[in-house]
Ligand binder design. Structure first.
Ligand SMILES: Nc1ncnc2c1ncn2[C@@H]1O[C@H](COP(=O)(O)OP(=O)(O)OP(=O)(O)O)[C@@H](O)[C@H]1O
Length: 250
């Protein structure tokens, strides 16, 4: 049984014009539960997700999801894992409502037929508190509302592994708490891997923290990893730890 596992086996990757972002990396994540990938801007977190999803092919090593080798193969990886991209990477001008987006994904994935699609669409929206904005257009949503709809879209794929790229960024503090609460609920039954540069909110909710900066620098429980020497491996020496708040001095 390989349910809800993501493995990197000796994975290396560099863009053609740059420094390596992954250098013979080994990592094993298993669900259900929330895993936080913690690293500064430009450290390669999005690139890591793209490699896991088969959208970028490593120069060596393999990516294994749920026991299947999915290296460089987005179709195979997409059977198990779904990405929720950063809000800044989303085209907001699509003339689609939340309902239409989620319904479309359910149908194209063959997860419902005919009338049952209506109930399943509302179920996915309700699961993230977005039923009330079902008929709102994506272009008219706040960041927090759009983030909820993107989570509903990922749930609609039926994937057991969700990769959330900076799901709290660009959202006000109360919206963040709400989204994080929804993420926590989903992580009770799925493997949810989320990236962030700010660990404070996710600290008590994550079962595993991966400290990442152009490679995996540390992996463990929040208590194991939230230590100055380990955090400095990702953020450099300008890190202060004051009563479990992370301060990066630029
Ligand atoms: N398509 C690309 N071609 C070349 N370089 C790229 C490409 N995409 C990203 N990079 C570079 O790779 C590095 C890592 O980028 P990436 O977006 O993976 O980091 P990140 O940790 O997700 O950043 P952020 O927190 O700002 O979203 C950056 O230096 C970026 O400029």
């Amino acid at each position: 049984m390989h349910a809800q596992t993501v493995e990197l086996r000796g994975v290396s990757f560099a863009y053609s014009d740059g420094e390596p972002i992954l250098n013979n990396e080994n990592l094993f994540l298993s669900g259900p539960g929330l895993v936080t990938i913690l690293g500064p801007n430009g450290s390669g977190k999005t690139t890591l997700f793209k490699v896991v999803l088969g959208l970028l092919k490593p120069s060596s090593g393999s990516v294994v999801i749920n026991g299947e080798d999915v290296t460089g193969n987005p179709v195979k990886a997409g059977k198990y894992a779904s990405l929720v991209p950063q809000l800044s990477a989303i085209r907001r001008d699509l003339p689609l409502t939340a309902h239409e987006l989620v319904n479309f994904v359910l149908r194209t994935r063959g997860r419902c037929k005919g009338r049952e699609c209506e109930a399943k669409t509302m179920e996915a929206l309700e699961a993230v508190g977005a039923a009330g904005i079902a008929d709102k257009k994506l272009s008219e949503m706040s960041g927090g509302q759009l983030q909820r709809v993107l989570l509903a879209r990922a749930l609609a794929t039926g994937a057991d592994i969700l990769l959330l790229d900076e799901p709290l960024s660009g959202i006000d503090p109360s919206g963040r708490e709400y989204i994080l609460g929804e993420i926590e609920k989903i992580s009770k039954r799925k493997l949810v891997v989320m990236t962030t540069h700010d660990p404070v909110l996710t600290l008590n909710k994550s079962k595993t923290i991966v400290v990442f900066n152009r490679g995996v620098r540390a992996v463990g429980s929040p208590g194991d990893v939230f230590k100055l020497d380990l955090l400095r491996k990702a953020y450099g020496s300008n890190v202060l730890l004051i009563e479990k708040c992370l301060h990066v001095i630029s």
